[in-house]
Design a protein. Structure first.
Length: 63
């Protein structure tokens, strides 16, 4: 079994960095807790991922 652990370590490191940034730098941001801000936080990752995947699919179409 030839596994490559490098991608797993990269994802783990990035996840830990984002988690620490949220924990320590997050409270210093003055973002009001409104329904609109919660909706943006929940929906924006899906929209960003859909845009990236759509752009990649558009780039790979034969012309």
């Amino acid at each position: 079994m030839n596994t490559n652990i490098s991608p797993i370590l990269k994802v783990f490191t990035l996840s830990a960095a984002v988690s620490l940034a949220i924990k320590y730098a997050g409270p210093t941001l003055s973002i009001p807790s409104t329904d609109l801000n919660a909706l943006i936080a929940v929906v924006s990752p899906s929209i960003i991922l859909a845009a990236i995947l759509g752009w990649r699919a558009w780039q790979q179409q034969p012309r």
